[in-house]
Ligand binder design. Structure first.
Ligand code: GLY
Length: 404
């Protein structure tokens, strides 16, 4: 009997007796379900990697569940390589489970080499969600050094003329200097590095990138474009497109969530009021949108056509929930609305989108959509949905604690 099978049986046997949530948040899944699913996914990764033999040598973690029910394993360079490690750290914070912390270390350590990878803007996703959460828990100076090198590497993608960090290097025939709304998420690593070292350059680059994004990514209705392409001679935008959304002019759901989270975080780190106003406007756009379903889990794009069906994107919902718990602290007049909305998302996730014990190979949530136009990861469990879900639960606990 394989290790995975043993863990599956243990999960199925244990969970019915432990399904009563030990924490105060009735709209979250139970601590035991979190622990058991995360451990199951770690075990399933191990089994799948060893079954893959030499062909799996570079795989260090798990990204999503394929349509055929097998795991999508990925190497360190994948933009999603830090999320499962981060989920294990967050799971250990939520539950206090020491075994989760050991697993978190094991899934974080192989990512170190990414600290020198300057070919991508996804440094924050990969390193701050893994090593950053690890540093938060352990204060390990080795983690600190790895994060500082990662931040240094990321700054190499900053272009003074454009005033932004370059996002992608691919599609060079289409875009001269593409900047995507997602890139707001990578700025947190730079703010952290500035605070750790006192080096203002990290801070200045992050602020400039956010200001450039604020100036060029948003439409009159406060939705955002996915990709803005810049002319590196003039520094001006030359085209505004989508890559993962329905159309250039549509509101791709996860993009709106990245913007909401990113500008809320930038306000937290800088106190610059225009960042807070932008976060507020994005929240208003998303939460009041006529196409937002009543359960508050968005379709993959707010403007996606209805036929034959519009898959949801649970990852957009989890990023939004996590952002709203933070935004609520900065806007007291709307705090109740944001908390109520974030909790409504959590309630829906628990009721209709969470895995049953032992289901989905250990992922916590189903029904995310990676890239609908590329027919990639449509309506499946994806690791970043779980990561921001757990972060939302941590933030909810913090918010409830502050209220006491
Ligand atoms: N950052 C890529 C995505 O959100 O799919």
């Amino acid at each position: 009997m394989s290790y995975r099978t043993v863990v599956s049986i243990v999960v199925i046997l244990l969970v019915p007796f432990s399904a009563c949530h030990s924490g105060a948040n009735l709209n979250s899944i139970s601590d035991n379900l979190i622990k058991n699913q995360l451990k199951l996914l770690a075990a399933n990764f191990k089994d799948a990697k060893s079954a893959g033999g030499a062909a799996s040598a570079d795989f260090v973690t798990v990204r999503s569940l394929k349509g055929d029910g097998t795991l999508n394993l990925i190497p360190t360079k994948d933009w999603c390589s830090g999320f499962f490690a981060g989920s294990l750290w967050l799971g250990s914070i939520l539950t206090g489970d020491k075994e989760l912390q050991q697993l978190a270390v094991a899934f974080t350590t192989p990512l170190e080499k990414e600290k020198f990878n300057g070919k991508t803007h996804d440094m924050g996703f990969k390193m701050f969600c893994s090593y950053g959460q690890g540093f938060r828990v352990t204060k390990d100076s080795i983690y600190r050094d790895i994060l500082l090198q990662s931040a240094k590497t990321l700054t190499k993608r900053f272009n003074e003329k454009v005033g932004a960090l370059r996002s992608w290097d691919h599609n060079a025939e289409k875009w001269q200097f593409p900047v995507i709304i997602d890139n707001m998420m990578n700025l947190e690593l730079l703010f952290w590095a500035s605070k750790q070292t006192g080096d203002q350059q990290f801070y200045n680059i992050a602020v400039k990138h956010a200001e450039t994004t604020l100036a060029n990514h948003f439409r009159a209705d406060n939705s955002s474009y996915h990709v803005v392409d810049y002319d590196t001679i003039t520094g001006k935008p030359i085209q505004k497109n989508t890559h993962q959304g329905f159309s250039d002019s549509s509101a791709w759901s996860r993009g709106q969530a990245w913007g909401l989270y990113g500008f809320t975080m930038c306000y937290r780190e800088t106190g610059i009021i225009s960042f807070l106003y932008q976060a507020e406007k994005i929240a208003d756009f998303v939460l009041n949108h006529p196409n937002l379903p009543t359960d508050k889990i968005p379709y993959w794009d707010f403007d996606a056509p209805a036929l034959p069906q519009r898959p949801r994107d649970v990852s957009a919902a989890t990023v939004t929930a996590s952002a709203l718990f933070e935004l609520a602290q900065f806007l007291p007049s709307k705090s109740d609305f944001y908390i109520h909305s974030a909790e409504a998302i959590l309630t829906s996730l628990k009721k209709d989108y969470a895995s049953a014990p032992g289901q989905n190979k250990g992922f916590l949530l189903g029904h995310s959509t990676g890239s609908f136009p590329h027919h990639s990861e449509v309506d499946v469990p994806i690791n970043y949905a779980d990561y921001y879900y757990l972060e939302a639960l941590v933030r909810q606990n913090k918010f409830n604690h502050l209220k006491k």
